[in-house]
Design a protein around this ligand. Structure first.
Ligand SMILES: C[S@@+](CC[C@H](N)C(=O)[O-])C[C@H]1O[C@@H](n2cnc3c(N)ncnc32)[C@H](O)[C@@H]1O
Length: 275
């Protein structure tokens, strides 16, 4: 069997399948790239050709392979404090705003933040860090940070709250020693209970509506860049539906959705508010 490259027909079948599965639109000129990515899954599953692999993916038996397929076609790249100004805003302006609102009796002493497409957990744990740093201002508050992703592989890592040595380059020493426990033998850092208790991780596809609503802030960053226009619109609708009145949407620099956010009020280059 020839597994050098997808035929045009196979490529088009995968394009449709991927769009439906997760909203990503694979451009017509990416046949070689997609062939290379899928070929890795042929080796991993011991399936001899693209056609057989496609049939397997769509079958009940192939359900477990979907995650391997998704990992092959998407990137889980992430880091703590990625695009730091977003977290500077969260830990200062946002915290002061909600604390003042609570003092004025305009809100409950509770906060719900959603990291939508959280990959391996660095984003929700950075959010938790920003709130933990403010633990005196937020004493007695009920705080929850939800992290979701479509990839089981990514969320199982996120759920562990354990991170590799890269954290040393990303989280300042003072915060690291205060909020993480170092396991020297495995060269890992585990979030301490004060962070873990804030964070919940679950699987969720952005193309669907999440069952929760009333979030005070949602982070949507570095995920929608490859989504089709219709998929982006669907995701935005789903996110806005989950936002509380007066809440904020933090948008990554390359989502390509700025012109689609007309229903929200722009507060800065990355920040949008539901009025
Ligand atoms: C590059 S990571 C971004 C992680 C984090 N938001 C950040 O900015 O560092 C993109 C993540 O989006 C996830 N993803 C892709 N399509 C998705 C979908 N339809 N629903 C939920 N997550 C999705 C991928 O599994 C991947 O973990």
């Amino acid at each position: 069997m020839d597994t050098s490259q997808l035929t045009l027909k196979e490529f088009q079948q995968f394009q449709v399948f991927i769009l439906k599965l997760c909203g990503i639109s694979v451009p017509d000129n990416k046949i070689t790239l997609l062939s290379n990515r899928i070929r890795r899954r042929l080796r991993a599953t011991d399936i001899p050709d693209f056609e057989g692999y496609f049939k397997f993916l769509k079958s009940a038996a192939g359900k477990e392979e979907l995650d391997g397929f998704l990992s092959a076609i998407t990137t889980n790249e992430t880091s703590f404090f990625r695009t730091e100004k977003h977290f500077d805003w969260l830990r200062t302006e946002f915290v002061d705003l909600v604390v003042n609102q609570a003092k004025a009796g305009e809100r409950q002493r509770s906060l719900r933040i959603w990291s939508a497409a959280c990959s391996t957990g660095e984003e929700p744990y950075t959010i938790a860090l920003c709130l933990a740093e403010n633990q005196h201002k937020l004493a007695g508050w009920k705080i929850s940070v939800l992290g979701t992703d479509i990839s089981e592989h990514a969320i199982s890592k996120a759920r562990s709250g354990v991170f590799g040595d890269d954290i040393c380059n990303e989280v300042p020493e003072k915060l690291r020693s205060r909020f993480f426990l170092q396991h020297a033998e495995s060269k890992t850092w585990e979030a301490r209970p004060v962070l873990k208790e804030m964070v919940t991780i679950k699987r969720h596809n952005l193309m669907e509506r999440i069952s929760e609503s009333g979030f005070d802030c949602i982070f949507i960053r570095n995920v929608l860049i490859y989504f089709s226009k219709e998929s982006k619109q669907q995701v935005i609708e789903n996110l806005v539906h989950a936002m509380a009145k007066g809440s904020y949407l933090v948008v990554g620099p390359s989502e390509g959705i700025f012109e689609m956010l007309g229903m929200l009020t722009k507060r800065s280059t990355f920040l949008y508010q539901k009025e």
